[in-house]
Design a binder for this molecule. Structure first.
Ligand code: ZN
Length: 139
């Protein structure tokens, strides 16, 4: 964590997503799992999208997955993002099944490919908010 003031928009944390952000703060990736059918989903919903059960439980996952799709942002979304360009916005398929919209942190954005294996890392952007991001892992 740097001492620099974080000037980017922060996620809106509501009761439906609070467990996700609470886990991220502790550097855990946690998503809802359905006790009825055993499947995971993300983003959080009140009913399982697979079987419509409401018997859901926040469950820690591996934080591993692969790149499903990505785009390289070459123009900043606002002044606060200017130092970051180019940066990668990606859809990751977690090993547990769900897809997650996130950032891939890469020294060279041109080296990232669809299908690359990725692992979560945690960026403590403020004392209250930690953003899960992903890095490409070899092998
Ligand atoms: Zn289910």
């Amino acid at each position: 964590m740097s001492d620099a003031i974080y000037e980017k928009p922060l996620p809106v944390i509501d009761p439906g997503t609070k467990p996700f952000w609470d886990a991220a703060k502790e550097h855990r990736l946690s998503i809802p799992k359905c006790n009825a059918c055993g499947k995971y989903h993300f983003y959080p919903r009140e009913l399982c999208p697979h079987c419509h059960s409401d018997d859901l439980q926040w469950t820690d996952v591996s934080g591993k997955g692969e790149v499903y799709s990505y785009t390289i942002a070459r123009k900043p979304a606002g002044p606060a993002y200017a130092p970051d360009v180019p940066y990668i916005i990606a859809m990751i398929t977690l090993d547990e099944g769900p897809r997650m919209l996130t950032n891939i942190v890469a020294a060279d954005v041109e080296t990232v490919r669809i299908g690359d294996r990725v692992a979560v890392q945690f960026d403590d952007v403020t004392p209250e908010v930690t953003l899960p991001k992903f890095v490409v892992v070899k092998g």
